[in-house]
Write a protein that binds this ligand. Structure first.
Ligand SMILES: Cc1ncc(COP(=O)(O)O)c(C=O)c1O
Length: 365
């Protein structure tokens, strides 16, 4: 009898596609790894499922248990989906910036969604959301905190699965991999895997202008799913990263629009941000190069925002650009750093201040 997969068996093994129209030099290849084909619609299915299954295996999460997480987007959606499939209660702490689409998705999966309205000292909601999630975890018996920002199992999922999968799909023939950053799960896992297995492949990090993961000046930004106000411990060795770029909101969103119009790929904001840097490098490095970019999620989630002219104009953003215009602009982009170790903004005291569950410091194998 043919064994039919369950929903969660379909996480991973995402396609790698080559762009056909935006790359002028046909000897160079720009590849996108399409994480939208995961059942929860984003790359976050991978670390979420990995962490939940490790927690079950280690006895941290038992039948009837409650999963509590701070997330304004994809990780919360994924946990809500996994909770529905496995029968756990899920509480997600979101903030006023969480989009109606994301809220609706979490609720559709049956999650208990709570909005945290108090800002932290950096003007964002990350720290207040995390502190409240940790408090609820202490109060609710049988609860488990995946803790994507501080739990090293997040990057381990990408080290053991996603990075290896990309390497196999490329058969090792790759010049650079481009990763956008928030919790550092992707960047931490990929940089470790590639520097151990193929150190010639350049690992390029892409953050939002206004985020201070790699230092710099903090201010608000619109890029969804990217940025943080400290270097997350999932990026445990900055020397494994070759270069860091910071991309402005408008460039990333215009890239999304060109990608949809000229390639038929509807990507999220971080896909656009990563591709801005990939597009720059493919022009700068000359013929015959192969650059892979992770495309973390699905543009349908952003139809009311990035793909909506009214939303863009209200925020003072341009809505139209020709490929030549954006190509010229991305060429001007300069790296935020070529010496990532000098950009460290680790804040180990946050573990105490936010009262993070301590056992995660013992999980690295
Ligand atoms: C759409 C999107 N892109 C990029 C990222 C960054 O990935 P990571 O948290 O692994 O650094 C996230 C994380 O939330 C995301 O949701």
């Amino acid at each position: 009898m043919v064994r039919v997969k369950t929903l969660l068996d379909t996480v991973g093994q995402t396609p790698l596609i080559r762009l056909q129209n935006l790359v002028e030099d046909q000897d160079s290849e720009l590849l996108l790894k399409m994480e939208r084909t995961n059942p929860g619609g984003s790359i976050k299915d991978r670390p979420a499922l990995y962490i939940i299954e490790e927690a079950e295996r280690r006895g941290w999460l038992k039948p009837g248990g409650t999963i509590i997480e701070s997330s304004s987007g994809n990780f919360g959606i994924t946990l809500a989906m996994i909770g529905a499939a496995k029968g756990y209660r899920v509480i997600v702490l979101v903030d006023p910036k969480t989009t109606p689409v994301n809220l609706a998705m979490m609720k559709a999966f049956g999650a208990d969604v709570r909005v945290v309205t108090e800002k932290d000292d950096s003007g964002s909601y990350h720290k207040t959301r995390i502190a409240l999630a940790n408090r609820l975890h202490r109060e609710i018996p049988g609860s488990f905190r995946p803790d994507q920002c501080f739990n090293p199992l997040n990057s381990e999922a990408h080290y053991r699965q996603t990075a290896q999968e990309l390497m196999e799909q490329c058969q090792g023939k790759l010049d650079a991999v481009i990763l956008t950053v928030s919790t550092g799960g992707q960047l931490g896992g990929f940089s470790r895997y590639f520097k151990e297995h193929a150190p010639h492949i350049r690992v390029i990090a892409v953050d939002a202008v206004g985020s201070t993961i790699f230092g710099g000046k903090a201010h608000s930004y619109l890029l969804p799913g990217m940025g943080l106000s400290w270097t997350p411990p999932n990026i445990d060795d900055l020397s494994r990263i070759d270069e860091i770029y910071k991309v402005p909101d408008e460039d990333a969103f215009l890239m999304c629009r060109l990608l949809a119009r000229y390639e038929g790929v509807l990507g999220g904001g971080s896909t656009g941000a990563g591709l801005v840097v990939a597009w720059k490098l493919v022009q700068e490095w000359g013929s015959g190069k192969r650059i892979a970019c992770l495309a973390p999620d699905n543009g349908e989630r952003y139809l009311p925002t990035i793909y909506n002219d009214v939303w863009m104009k209200e925020r003072g953003l341009n809505v139209e650009i020709e490929p030549m215009g954006l190509r010229r602009r991305v060429r001007e982009l300069v790296p935020h750093s070529r010496y990532p170790v000098e950009t460290a903004n680790y804040q180990p005291e946050l573990v105490e201040i936010l009262d993070c569950p301590t056992r995660f410091h013992e999980v690295r194998r």
